[in-house]
Design a protein around this ligand. Structure first.
Ligand SMILES: [Zn+2]
Length: 192
């Protein structure tokens, strides 16, 4: 297991930390807010509304059919980092590009990290497939491993940005594994 980077987050309030249960708040499409073991994680942020168009490159757009469960202003301030499967307008939209805190860490592909850095994001952590980043917060360590992902059928794959799934493994420093989670993305709009 190779390790491309390490990220140390300020410890959370132990008194309010719940290691027994976590929560997943579904915002819409591939956007969720995942809370567990003191971590708050935002995935593939898309806060467009029904009828808005996401830009997918090559002049292609996809119309969003549903509203998000909350607006971008509702992103909780305790979000520790963003986990981004790939750089596409329906997973990281233009509102997010303008309004998201540029210092928020983003764990993602090399392709996405390069694009995000061009847009002024300062804390991108790129992963190659099977790379693991260790993120610590207090006495909990979260290992995120980039898993192979396929974006669409082989004929369109070459025209689309690389995509990753993620394995999240939460453990105490004592190496007691708390939970493992697999995050993958579904793309009804353009996965063919
Ligand atoms: Zn995509």
């Amino acid at each position: 297991m190779s390790q491309s980077a390490d990220l140390e987050l300020p410890p959370s309030d132990e008194a309010t930390m719940d290691r027994e249960t976590g929560s997943i708040f579904f915002v819409g499409t591939a956007t969720v807010i995942l809370r567990y073991a003191g971590f708050t994680i935002l995935t593939d942020p898309n806060f467009l509304h029904a009828g808005d168009h996401a830009h997918l490159g090559y002049g292609i757009t996809a119309e969003r059919r549903t509203d998000p469960a909350m607006d971008i202003e509702g992103i909780p301030p305790e979000v520790d980092f963003v986990l981004l499967s790939h750089y596409h307008g329906d997973h990281f939209d233009h509102l997010v590009e303008e309004e998201l805190d540029k210092t928020l860490p983003i764990v993602t592909t090399h392709h996405a990290a390069d694009n995000l850095e061009e847009k002024g994001f300062q804390e991108a952590y790129p992963l190659d497939t099977w790379d693991t980043i260790a993120i610590s917060k207090g006495e909990v360590e979260l290992d995120i491993t980039s898993m192979p992902g396929r974006h669409g059928p082989p004929i369109v794959e070459k025209a689309l940005p690389p995509v990753m799934g993620s394995m999240l493994e939460f453990a105490l420093e004592s190496e007691t594994v708390l939970k493992s989670l697999l995050c993958s993305v579904a793309e009804p709009s353009h996965s063919g």
